[in-house]
Design a protein around this ligand. Structure first.
Ligand SMILES: *[C@@H]1O[C@H](CO)[C@@H](O)[C@H](O)[C@H]1NC(C)=O
Ligand SMILES: *[C@@H]1O[C@H](CO)[C@@H](O)[C@H](O)[C@H]1NC(C)=O
Ligand SMILES: *[C@@H]1O[C@H](CO)[C@@H](O)[C@H](O)[C@H]1NC(C)=O
Ligand SMILES: *[C@@H]1O[C@H](CO)[C@@H](O)[C@H](O)[C@H]1NC(C)=O
Length: 443
């Protein structure tokens, strides 16, 4: 679930270099949303990006949250600083803040970044790219950390823009940085697409008056695959009016319990505190229980476990690598079997329980994925196929989790071109074993 590029930084440099833009005092012109058919776009432009935790624009809960329908845009602004010029093939970049729904079905909001292409296709096309940002630190949300991404890290976005597609990439973990929270993430993805297509700001984003004329699809790998998959599950019930042409999803982690068992004592043991902190941010009673079961003192203490909220993912990977994370709990991992934690897992930690993807799906997965056993993805896809889904599922006989991100990238891109530009239709399920090694000298 950890983005390989983040990881490369963590392992190669030891620390994430502080190359983020300086914090500026926000001076966004605030406008009340009085006319739903017009876009609440700020007219001023912030010179520098602001960390979400220090940004009132990001943190202030809209007053009329409950009354608004999901996807309603409360605030929009030109993305601060020079984001559009940093991101190749982009003509403009915006932040939007819109109504969505959290894991307990209550109204919340999420932020996303919308990029416009320099040469839009005549047939308006929109790709929602879910980046694998995998954090419990809100300041590592894409709308902010993208400012320090390399060209390589931005390459899926710049590729899609280069095809003339509009791109939305969301902070789908929401304002609580709920890493691993499937329902929160999936809802935020769907509502981000609704927001771009909306009658209020659609024109600003190059959308035609009739959203039925737009072609749109989803793409994500690993943590981004989790959000993408959740969106495909929730779509029929939550956003039935959306007509996605497809969803590409790779490196899926269908069963959180089995991920915990797989990564414990390994290099990526940090996924365990990440997932437990992230998912319980949606369930305050479960968070209270979690805190009550973490050891208050010692080398493996509650404070260290919870430190990822401040230190972020890279430090977390280094801090927790090769540790037995069960030692942080008074009763070991048995503490996670409590009904209050099972409820969190049933809601947000198990794929395939909230619906069946209605759009065609391309799924890719390394058989030797070291974070999530391939058997879990096999079971998920088999379940969907029995229920009538249309899926191309490629199981790669080589690669680990991180190499499959790279190896699957060209396959996912050509599949997305097929469905978005060439009318490709996947009928029924096709399951293939492929061998597509990714050879590169890593660090
Ligand atoms: C709302 O905004 C739209 C477009 O800007 C305008 O045409 C419409 O008259 C406005 N409606 C009200 C009630 O102000
Ligand atoms: C920008 O788009 C062009 C195609 O229009 C593409 O060839 C190029 O690779 C894109 N640039 C980046 C950095 O992705
Ligand atoms: C998830 O994985 C755990 C641990 O391997 C297993 O006990 C459980 O049955 C799995 N859940 C589902 C729904 O497959
Ligand atoms: C893929 O390989 C597995 C063995 O790893 C085998 O059991 C399965 O039948 C193969 N599937 C296809 C579609 O060839």
């Amino acid at each position: 679930m950890v983005c390989f590029k983040t990881l490369a930084l963590a392992l190669g440099l030891g620390l994430l270099l502080e190359v983020l833009p300086t914090v500026a005092s926000p001076h966004v012109a605030r406008r009340e949303l009085t006319n739903r058919s017009s876009c609440p776009m700020a007219t001023s432009h912030l010179e520098n990006a602001v960390q979400p935790k220090s940004d009132p624009w990001y943190l202030t809960t809209p007053a009329d949250l409950d009354a608004a329908t999901p996807g309603t845009i409360f605030r929009a602004r030109p993305a601060p600083g020079n984001l559009a010029s940093r991101v190749a093939n982009s003509s403009a970049a915006y932040n939007i803040l819109f109504r969505t729904t959290d894991s307990q079905q209550t109204a919340t909001y999420a932020v996303a970044t919308v990029f416009l292409p320099q040469k839009p296709l005549a047939d308006t096309t929109l790709l929602s790219i879910q980046l694998a940002y995998d954090t419990v630190d809100l300041n590592q949300s894409p709308s902010y950390v993208m400012y320090s991404y390399s060209a390589d890290q931005l390459s899926d976005i710049t590729w899609a823009l280069g095809r003339g597609w509009v791109v939305i990439t969301g902070d789908y973990e929401g304002p609580l940085a709920s890493f691993g929270a499937g329902r929160m993430s999936g809802s935020a993805v769907l509502d981000g697409v609704r927001a771009v297509l909306s009658s209020s700001c659609g024109a600003e984003f190059g959308m035609p008056a009739d959203p039925g004329k737009v072609r749109y699809a989803l793409w994500g790998y690993s943590g981004g695959g989790l959000a993408t998959e959740a969106a495909t599950e929730l779509q029929l019930k939550y956003a039935p009016e959306l007509k996605f042409l497809g969803a590409a999803m790779g490196g899926l982690t269908p069963n959180a319990t089995s991920v915990i068992a797989t990564v414990n004592k390994g290099l990526y043991a940090a996924i365990i505190p990440g997932y437990l902190i992230g998912s319980t941010s949606q369930f305050p009673d479960a968070r209270a229980y979690l805190l009550s079961r973490l050891k208050p003192y010692g080398l493996q203490s509650k404070d260290l476990f919870m430190s990822m909220v401040e230190t972020g993912t890279e430090i977390g990977i280094i801090t927790f690598a090769f540790q037995d994370m069960s030692s942080y709990f008074i009763g070991g991992f048995a503490d996670l079997d409590a009904p209050i934690m099972q409820r969190v897992r049933e809601s947000d930690g198990q794929m395939g329980t909230h619906g069946v993807p209605q759009m065609q799906v391309f799924c890719y997965k390394a058989i030797h994925d070291e974070l999530s056993p391939v058997a879990d993805t096999d079971a998920l896809i088999n379940k969907y196929c029995k229920m009538g889904a249309n899926i191309l599922y490629q199981r790669d006989t080589v690669n680990n989790h991180f190499d499959e991100f790279n190896s699957g990238q060209p396959r996912a891109r050509s599949w997305l071109i097929g469905v978005l530009e060439q009318g490709h239709v996947q009928v029924g399920c096709t399951i293939q074993n492929v061998t597509d090694p990714y050879y590169v000298f890593h660090l």
